[in-house]
Design a protein around this ligand. Structure first.
Ligand SMILES: Nc1ncnc2c1ncn2[C@@H]1O[C@H](COP(=O)(O)OP(=O)(O)OP(=O)(O)O)[C@@H](O)[C@H]1O
Length: 456
């Protein structure tokens, strides 16, 4: 066999890396991509300042689109020479001071700014931009990419946004501000003075649903291995982008380093042949159809494949139909039933008591006392539950509430009503309890019988 242990390890690592880090191949969005590309080009080549918001739902491919455009532009030498890219993220740069510090670092101007005292944010930013002007040569352009743009709107006075948009509107220095967000109403979040400085250029990304055949070929593409030539191109593309990003964002860099990404030709052939067979198998098609119905997005498919690829090992060197089906089944299963199967027998007994109470009293609310009474009747005649103390049963009842399998009727009652008398309702269907009883491992027979009976 050509599938040596090393080749399998390499395959697994390569496929995982590609799924995680190949942000450069974007499918669709042609016009949106051109739009962003032209804007960046104009900033770099003509020194125009611009601002633009890229808006779309989570996982729509906004970041991917920007990275793909940047990678394209990196092939152009004048763009590389004339441009600096600064990445900011609303989740990381939670206030303007942190953001400014990061901007300074990413522009590699810590030394120039060291020891200087600035009167205002605007002064500081102006200084940084001024530093980019070298003698009488034209100034370098700066592209600011603001991920989670909406979070910057919550900063005090929106100072960063105000200043960036202000510069982008005046002729101080060529900058391009690209905001990325999933909030459609983001414009409404801007203060009046900020809004008036924004160019109101907005690009919306709405993912169009793939056809099922395209979904299957995408799956096949993502799990197939490229030939060695294509492989090198892919690795170079990813690395060139990483190298270009400034130091503050190089934490992901060089992941590809130290690994020789060349595969044995025979191994690639075998692997791809096997994948070709896999996607044609009816059982695999069924699983893919289920995934397609569940979520058509590429982001979801990639996560699924990642989990699949992670299972590759020396004694399981191929992706099989069975693995695909088992993993797919996990998306179909009921999480609540899984949770019920992890409860203790006592907790499950309480749920059975609740179920009996609900079916007798037409889903009337219940409290601990009611359920304890019902449980005690069963415990008296049972061998496994006899002698369980009340305090322990109360603890189990409270646990059911913590994991939200039962819910208090009103939160206002808390504190006033003693906890044993607080009314609750069930957040489960009878079917879910029934399924859990059937699937629970080593459940005492008497408990299972009690769950079936309608007498108690
Ligand atoms: N059109 C597309 N082409 C290629 N990959 C895509 C596309 N759409 C989504 N993806 C994939 O989906 C995943 C999420 O994409 P990305 O991070 O770009 O989304 P996003 O819109 O920026 O999400 P968020 O709002 O969470 O930042 C990535 O793995 C990306 O490769």
């Amino acid at each position: 066999m050509h599938d040596s242990v090393q080749e399998i390890a390499k395959t697994r690592r390569f496929l995982k890396e590609r799924l995680q880090r190949d942000y450069t191949t974007v499918r669709g969005y042609e016009s949106e991509r051109n739009n962003v590309r032209q804007l960046l080009q104009r900033t770099a080549e003509m020194g125009e300042s611009n601002s633009l918001l890229l808006i779309g739902p989570r996982g729509a491919g906004k970041t991917t689109l920007i990275n793909a455009v940047l990678t394209d532009l990196l092939e152009n030498k004048s763009f590389v020479d004339n441009t600096l890219i600064v990445h900011l993220d609303g989740n990381l740069h939670t206030d303007d001071r942190i953001a400014l510090k990061s901007i300074t670092v990413q522009m590699r101007l810590e030394n120039a700014a060291d020891g200087k005292v600035f009167g205002s944010f605007a002064e500081n930013l102006a200084f940084l931009l001024q530093c980019l002007k070298a003698g009488d040569k034209k100034s370098k352009s700066v592209v600011f990419v603001l991920e989670e743009f909406d979070l910057f709107c919550t900063h005090h006075n929106q100072t960063l946004l105000y200043n960036l948009f202000d510069v982008s509107q005046s002729a101080q220095a060529p900058i391009c501000v690209l905001g990325v967000t999933c909030r459609l109403d983001v414009i409404e979040l801007l203060e009046k003075r900020v809004k008036s400085r924004f160019s109101h250029r907005q690009v919306f990304l709405f993912p169009s649903a793939n056809k099922f055949e395209d979904y299957v070929s995408l799956f096949q593409h993502l799990v197939s291995l490229p030939s060695n030539k294509e492989l090198q191109a892919a690795v170079d593309r990813i690395d060139s982008l990483q190298m270009f990003k400034s130091d503050a964002f190089t934490f992901q860099r060089n992941h590809f380093d130290g690994i020789e990404y060349s595969f044995d030709k025979k191994h690639v052939e075998n692997w791809n042949k096997q994948i070709g067979k896999l996607v044609k198998a009816p059982a695999a098609q069924k699983t893919l159809q289920m995934l397609y119905d569940f979520d058509v997005s590429e982001a979801f498919l990639k996560t699924f494949i990642f989990r699949l690829v992670a299972q590759l090992k020396a004694d399981a060197p191929h992706i099989t139909v069975e693995q695909l089906a088992t993993l797919g089944a996990q998306y179909e299963c009921d999480d609540k039933v899984e949770l019920l199967c992890g409860l203790s027998v006592l907790e499950l007994c309480l749920l059975i008591a609740i179920k009996h109470h609900s079916s007798i009293y037409d889903r009337d609310p219940f409290n601990f006392e009611i359920i304890f009474g019902r449980f005690s009747k069963f415990a008296k005649v049972s061998t496994t539950m006899q002698g369980v103390e009340r305090a322990i049963v109360l603890k189990a009842f409270e646990h059911l509430r913590i994991v939200e399998l039962i819910m208090p009727l009103s939160s206002s009652g808390m504190g006033k009503v003693q906890k044993e008398f607080e009314m609750h309702k069930m957040a489960l269907t009878y079917g879910q309890i029934q399924q859990a009883v059937q699937r629970y491992q080593a459940l005492p027979t008497e408990v299972a019988q009690w769950a079936q009976s309608s007498l108690i």
